[in-house]
Design a protein around this ligand. Structure first.
Ligand SMILES: Nc1ncnc2c1ncn2[C@@H]1O[C@H](COP(=O)(O)OP(=O)(O)O)[C@@H](O)[C@H]1O
Ligand SMILES: [Mg+2]
Length: 388
């Protein structure tokens, strides 16, 4: 027993000495390749074993022959340990280099693709994390570019839309000034209509900029869909009458939503004005509200004959308007909010609805199209059972 303890102590002494001598090497290996570290581990392990064996052999006076046998075994073990260490090390180094090269493509045009067959699970995880980051970066760059493009487009369109009525106003003012206007009262009326339209446009732009800046402060209150529809119908009635369009508020369920009443009236107003304008005289515009699961769906359907399928995804885009040229339309009764003809109305609709955690959509229906605003239903007031 004592012999064994002595042998263990001697082996520890020999191996420990090698360990102490190897300590500075560990420092030198910092920031070197994995292959170097793995080789160092193998070399230190074999050297420690050799040192322990030799120390024990010296103390126990082993014969040269026996010592030679032991050293031959140790030598073979050293080779057996070093070869896999080097091979594994090289694979890890190659895998890391490939990943480093691939990482340089994060955020580039072509995007990042993780190298196939990573040598270790850590490198595989790193590759996956980089792929995720790259995808998020690409998505935000795409969004940024789209936003920038739509902003540039909007500015171009708005300047065009401002120039035409301003030129008209200037011409009318000059005629009045020179006293050559045949019917000054008509000029005055047209000037007021144009100024109203421009005011509506500036108001829409202001609303849109508040939406984009996230500065839309909503004063939420519980209101019934019935009241919202009622108010919007009352507001749109004069325009409908003027266009000979029938407004029907059929199928309005008594559902409650929690919304900013003023903003939501603006949403329905914009949808109604569009629907009335798109519907030929004698046509019908129908407004409805229904419950769908946890949502309340407000809908405005018209008799426009349908929006071309390829245009459907664009109708809510800022500044988009249908095929006819971007010339301001002549409206007999002046203009209201969301009706400047600048293609801002539906962008405002979408912005306001999304600020209410809802969504706006459009689809074609029989004879026309149907705009829908989906809002989360207001929770039932405390203590009141929901009546179906
Ligand atoms: N109810 C509708 N029926 C058919 N087309 C519509 C309807 N509402 C909107 N559109 C189309 O979408 C475009 C964008 O509408 P909007 O954003 O309100 O701008 P604007 O009314 O100023 O043109 C309209 O120009 C029109 O072509
Ligand atoms: Mg409009």
């Amino acid at each position: 027993m004592n012999d064994l303890l002595l042998i263990a102590a001697l082996a520890a002494l020999g191996a420990g000495t090698v360990g102490l001598l190897a300590a500075p090497a560990v420092r030198l290996l910092r920031r070197r390749t994995v292959a170097a570290s793995l080789s160092a581990v193998a070399v230190v392990a074999v050297a420690a074993m050799t040192a322990g064996t030799v120390t024990v052999a010296q103390a126990m006076f082993l014969s040269d022959h026996d010592l030679g046998v032991v050293m031959a075994v140790v030598g073979m073990s050293a080779v057996a340990a070093l070869v896999p260490a080097l091979l594994i090390g090289r694979r890890v180094v190659a895998g890391s280099r490939a990943l480093v090269d691939a990482a340089a493509t994060v955020g580039s045009e072509e995007g990042f693709t993780a190298p196939a067959d990573p040598p270790t699970s850590e490198l595989a995880a790193l590759g996956e994390a980089l792929a995720g980051t790259s995808a998020r970066l690409a998505e935000s760059q795409r969004r940024e570019r789209a936003l920038e493009a739509s902003r540039r487009e909007l500015i171009a369109w708005i300047s065009h839309d401002l120039r035409t009525p301003l030129a008209g106003l200037r011409a009318m003012a000059e005629s009045l000034e020179d006293g050559v206007a045949e019917d000054p009262a008509r000029y005055h009326r047209r000037i007021r209509v144009e100024v109203d339209r421009l005011t509506g446009m500036v108001d829409d732009l202001f609303e849109l900029s508040r939406i984009h800046a996230g500065a839309l402060t909503l004063t939420l209150a519980r209101v019934s869909a019935y009241d919202l529809v009622d108010e919007a119908l009352a507001g749109a009635q004069p325009l409908a009458r003027e266009h000979g369009v029938r407004l029907v508020g059929g199928g309005v369920a008594p559902e409650a939503v929690e919304v900013d009443g003023r903003e939501m009236t603006r949403v329905l107003g914009n949808l109604l004005v569009n629907a009335i304008r798109a519907t030929p005289a004698d046509g019908t515009v129908a407004v409805g509200a229904r419950r769908e699961g946890g949502d309340v769906v407000l809908s405005v359907s018209d008799g426009c004959g349908g929006i071309p399928e390829q245009d459907l995804p664009r109708v809510f885009d800022t500044g988009w308007r249908g095929a006819p040229a971007r010339t301001p339309r002549a409206a007999p009764g002046g203009h209201s909010h969301g009706d400047s003809g600048a293609g801002l109305g539906l962008a405002i609709v979408r912005g306001i609805v999304e600020a209410h955690a809802g969504r706006a959509a459009v689809r074609n229906v029989q004879g026309g199209c149907c705009f829908e605003v989906v809002l989360p239903a207001a929770p039932a007031p405390a203590g009141a059972a929901r009546s179906a």
